[in-house]
Design a protein around this ligand. Sequence first.
Ligand SMILES: *Cc1c(COP(=O)(O)O)cnc(C)c1O
Length: 388
Amino acid sequence: MKIEKAERLKRLPPYLFKEIDRQKEEVRAKGMDIIDLGVGDPDLPTPPHIIEASQRAASDPANHRYPSYSGMHDFNAAVARWYQRRFGVELDPGEEVVTLIGSKEGIAHIPLAFIDPGDVVLVASPGYPVYHIGTQFAGGEPYYMDLLKENGFLPDLKVISQESAQKAKIMFINYPNNPTAAVATREFFESVVAFAEEYNVIVCHDAAYSEMAFDGFRPMSFLEVQGAKSVGIEFHSLSKTYNMTGWRIGFAVGCTDVINALGQVKSNIDSGAFQAVQIAGITALEGDQACVEEMRQTYAERRDILVAGLHAAGLSIEKPRATFYLWVEVPQGYTSAGFASLLLTEAGIVTTPGNGFGAAGEGYVRMALTVDRDRIREAVKRIEGIGL
Ligand SMILES: *Cc1c(COP(=O)(O)O)cnc(C)c1O
């Protein structure tokens, strides 16, 4: 029998990290010690009080049955209270909140609710790949908004063609941003709301890194802007804030009609998140937030060591105000892939070539601050040793 994949899989772009994965194996096989700054997955454990809450909840038979696909009322209510405390935004937990099995799940599914074949979705390049892949799975066409250094890595909405803007149904934005570590301004969010109103575009703001910000900076919610709740939703994740990537818990909040349509898709695909995980999530959102401050301190310290080291090695990098990424310009004469390959083969350091996040990411590599400070110091020493 011949196993033939569907067009939606065949049409996916080739896996751009294949070459770096191959080189990684080669370097490892030579016995070289590898420092992996490639993946955006926290190396720190989930705080103990969250784990304990889930252990109690896992033992309770009331939690062993199918959960509600839209989330437990108690979890959605905890989300609404957290939003009020954190952003001063009122949410109706019954109508304006949906629990997600990780925010990636909601991001991948939302195009199924609104995109028909040929519809356009505005996505950033470079950007988190799920935006354009979710779009393509739903039969939509991604339109790439380039994130350029001269615009502070914010998309320039004025350069989107009239035709594409009119065909667009959804715009994905993400601040603080992966991979560029850029942060948004209130003016930018206001211009997004105006654009959405003019062209009837649903805004999906991915705020996975809203709590991972440094030096006292607290990113704002898209929903804080006047009119935002009528045009869009915001995705949040407990993954990065509470070191819970493996637990699969997140949520979307905002415009009732958009939240309901996403819930309708979910009710036909999944059956919600395990209630013990939602109860752990409630404990995370409502418990002691000292763990979040500790997380910020840890990454800020690593950031400072790596930024100083990269400067000493002659690389150009601005100190990011948020996220656990450094978006590093490659030295003259290198491509993203070439520089990532040099760092790997000469220094045993894994980074992610920027073009893997979209064509406009060419000329950069992304470094994730997901190893401890001693390993970061070791990485710095090795980079200086290359003699760039
Ligand atoms: C890590 C990350 C997420 C979070 O995904 P989960 O599915 O909630 O773990 C979402 N968006 C971006 C841009 C991310 O980097």
